[in-house]
Structures are given as C-alpha cells and as structure tokens.
Ligand binder design. Structure first.
Ligand code: MG
Length: 207
C-alpha cells in the first residue's frame, strides 16, 4: 500500500537528504515489519512521513528520535547546512518545529511520536523491543558507534535494521555508516535483505 496523496505531497515538500527511491524502499521494508518502529535522526521529518505511513498501515507507531540541533555536517560552514533551520533566538539549529509542522500537515501526529534528546542517552534507557530500526543520525564514527551500542540491541529476533548513507566507494561519502553495515554482517547476527542507493536493510537472525 502506497502513501496517501496528502502524505506523498508533504513528504515531497519536506527538507531532507533521502532520495525518492530510497524513501520508497524504506517504506516497503517497514511494511514488511512488525512494530513498533523507531528512527534515529528525524531532522525535518521526511523519512518520518514514509515510515509513519507504513506504521499506520501496520497498525503500529513510529518513535522519531532526534536532538534537533543538527548533525556535525548540518552546522554553519558545512556542506549540508540550511540557514532556514537556525532558531534566530538562540542562533542554534532547531528542526523540531519543522518536524511538528511536517507531521501535522501529513496527518500523522497520532502515529509518529517525536522523542527529543541525544539518541544514545535515550537508547541506553529504552526498554521496548523494536520490530524496525532506521539509523540515520550523525555520521561521525563516534556518533555512529554510540547509536550502534545504544540501539541495535533493541531490535528483536526477526526484526529489521535499515542504515542510511552506506557508501561502499569512499569518494561517494563518509565511512562510518558503511563500517557499521560491515560490522553487522561480520557479527553473523544480521543478514542482508535489500539495498537501494545508499540504503541497506538487514534482518536480525540471532537470539
Ligand atoms: Mg541520511
């Protein structure tokens, strides 16, 4: 089942770094998963619309985790900075108002639950097993490793893990998400399900 016209229009208009083919693949993967769903790195909510639509179809919820202060590569002076998401009162990035606008416009406020704070801190205290985890937070090695330690253990047996920005060729992008993908396969706990662009989907096959 595809997105409804409102969800599709809002997703297309939302700022973000998720190409359409990868968004479609993310949605398709989530439709095949049990809930609850959780994403790390919501930004302005582009992927949350696609995953939220799948959550509605599956009768579950999406927890959308982000501190909303932007990743390193989103800060002023970096390639992926957008001055429009800077809070003029504080001079800091704040993408939470954009996420809330996106979810309201898409009609997904009852399905997508924003969780605001540092993802590793939230993940350490988290207790609910997940059927689907999308990792798309910061791309530095320390940040990726912190998300790995905090969140992967919450995916239940048979659950799915999606990783964004996996670039086998280093000239296409940074290494940490690719190295996370490689560690997952090397562990024997995860197996490849699908690949679209820089999106990889794996299934938990241990425990
Ligand atoms: Mg990404």
């Amino acid at each position: 089942m595809a997105l409804n016209p409102t969800e599709r229009r809002v997703a297309a208009a939302t700022k973000g770094f998720l190409p359409d083919d990868e968004a479609e693949a993310l949605h398709a993967a989530a439709l095949a998963a049990d809930g609850p769903f959780l994403e790390v790195g919501s930004y302005c909510g582009r992927s949350a619309v696609w995953l939220g639509a799948a959550a509605r179809t599956r009768g579950t919820v999406l927890f959308a985790v982000d501190h909303h202060r932007g990743s390193e590569e989103n800060q002023p002076g970096w390639e992926w900075h957008d001055p429009e998401v800077v809070d003029l009162a504080s001079g800091r990035m704040d993408t939470l108002p954009f996420l809330r606008r996106t979810l309201a416009a898409a009609g997904l406020e009852d399905v997508v639950v924003p969780v605001v704070g540092p993802s590793a801190t939230i993940g350490r205290a988290w207790a609910t097993p997940l059927g689907f985890l999308f990792v798309d937070g910061g791309h530095g090695d320390d940040v990726v490793r912190a998300d790995e330690a905090a969140w992967l253990r919450h995916v239940r047996h048979g659950g799915l893990l999606a990783i964004h920005d996996v670039f086998p060729d280093p000239t296409d992008g940074g290494r940490p998400p690719f190295e996370l993908y490689r560690r997952c396969l090397a562990s024997g706990a995860w197996h490849d399900v699908a690949a679209t662009g820089s999106l990889r989907v794996l299934r938990r096959t241990d425990r």
